[in-house]
Design a protein. Structure first.
Length: 415
């Protein structure tokens, strides 16, 4: 749907620009919050904002058509840095915002966490401003840990395995651990295990590394934890909704997942274990605790827009400190460090979740999947060893095979 908000402003815009800023946004709580605050921005700026709001699939379809055609009727666009960011940047759909961002001391680009900034930067150019983040944390059952004699949640992956085994043994019918298992869906949550073992999907030179010793260890650990301590008759097609359901129905002790989904576990209407859920930082592996810290959504300026100056004014406001704090208080995790440091910003989150998130933002890695143009295909390739590890197949052979396929994929994309 198209929602035109505000009255036309008097006077001219910047040279070659327009007083109307055309903004395309996705259906999201962030969008609803921004729409409510728009009259304030329009009054302050003298601009009119015209919002086109779409579902994710519709948004992708519109971008595919309009951006490919070089259309100038989108000024500001909400996009997924890890899903289409690389494609958009390489196709030159996104304007370079670096000079504008760095020249604005009040906007303070240095206030944004490094992980999300990495994901919205392409070849040293700032092509987007992160507005919504996610970090992987450990969900756990406080009552089950206490029953098994544990006074604190696991701080390392070795401790996670030990505690999962003990709690499972003490509670027949309850799995020690659950997480995503689907070939593509599991890649995001597996990534934190990969990073914490010291691995990554590619090396500094862009070569595939899912057959490194660190990657093989991570695949074996993640798959083994699910195979040995996961739910009985475990499916290898679970996304977050199926894994979350197992946890919220009281059928698992530990669950690694994005912090943004926490209300599914703490809301009594959705969770049978809402009053016993705890949160902890992602457990440390051999390389430390290195969970992903990613921007799920960002704002960019269409490089074909003839209204770039006013488009930037909208982003200045929508991603500025005041709006970031308001969004955070409304339950939308911000990419700004100052918002998490502000007691008001963390007040609406469970205390242990806010603490776990702070650790994740400090140590986090700015991607949770391969940074490529065809993300869906890449996830299928690097996710195969996850499924093979869960089902007890030869992890080493699977990782070698996946690496060969992934390198060919990377070579083909580079052509």
């Amino acid at each position: 749907m198209v929602v035109a908000l505000g009255l036309s402003a008097c006077g001219g815009g910047d040279a070659g620009g327009s007083d109307t800023v055309r903004v395309t946004l996705v259906n999201h709580v962030w969008t609803e919050n921004i729409k409510k605050a728009l009259p304030e921005f329009e009054k302050q700026s003298g601009l009119k904002v015209e919002v086109t709001q779409l579902g994710e699939d519709q948004l992708s379809d519109q971008y595919n058509v309009k951006l490919n055609a070089g259309s100038s009727d989108i000024d500001v666009m909400m996009y997924r840095p890890l899903q289409e960011g690389r494609l958009f940047a390489e196709n030159k759909y996104l304007a370079d915002l670096g000079e504008k961002a760095k020249a604005d001391s009040a906007f303070e680009i240095g206030d944004f966490q490094s992980g999300p900034v990495q994901a919205t930067t392409h070849k040293d150019k700032v092509v987007g401003i992160p507005i919504i983040t996610e970090q992987e944390v450990l969900y756990y059952r406080k009552d089950l840990l206490e029953k098994s004699g544990f006074t604190a949640p696991p701080k390392t992956l070795d401790e996670l395995k030990t505690q999962a085994a003990k709690v499972e043994a003490d509670n027949p019918g309850v799995a020690g651990f659950v997480s995503r298992t689907g070939k593509a869906a599991a890649v995001t949550q597996f990534s934190s295990f990969l990073f914490s073992f010291g691995g990554d999907f590619v090396d500094a030179g862009g070569k595939a590394t899912v057959n490194s010793e660190q990657a093989k260890q991570a695949y074996a650990y993640y798959g083994g934890l699910l195979r040995e301590h996961g739910p009985d008759k475990i499916s290898t097609d679970m996304s977050w909704s199926e894994a979350m359901a197992i946890f919220t129905q009281g059928k698992a002790a530990f669950y690694t997942e994005a912090n943004s989904l926490y209300k599914n576990a703490t809301d009594p209407a959705k969770s049978k274990v809402s009053d016993t859920v705890g949160f902890a930082a992602f457990p440390a592996g051999p390389a430390g605790s290195k969970p992903y810290n990613i921007p799920s959504w960002a704002l960019g300026v269409n490089d074909s827009s003839k209204n770039k100056d006013n488009a930037w004014k909208f982003i200045q406001w929508a991603a500025g400190k005041e709006q970031a704090l308001a969004q955070q208080k409304a339950g939308v995790p911000s990419a700004r460090t100052s918002v998490w440091d502000n007691p008001e910003g963390a007040a609406t989150y469970p205390k242990d979740l806010a603490e776990a998130t702070t650790v994740s933002t400090a140590n986090g890695v700015g991607h949770d999947r391969p940074l490529v143009k065809n993300v869906a295909k890449a996830r299928e390739i690097v996710g195969q060893p996850i499924v093979d590890a869960i089902t007890g197949k030869d992890v080493t052979a699977s990782a070698e095979s996946a690496n060969e396929a992934f390198q060919k994929f990377l070579d083909d994309e580079a052509k």
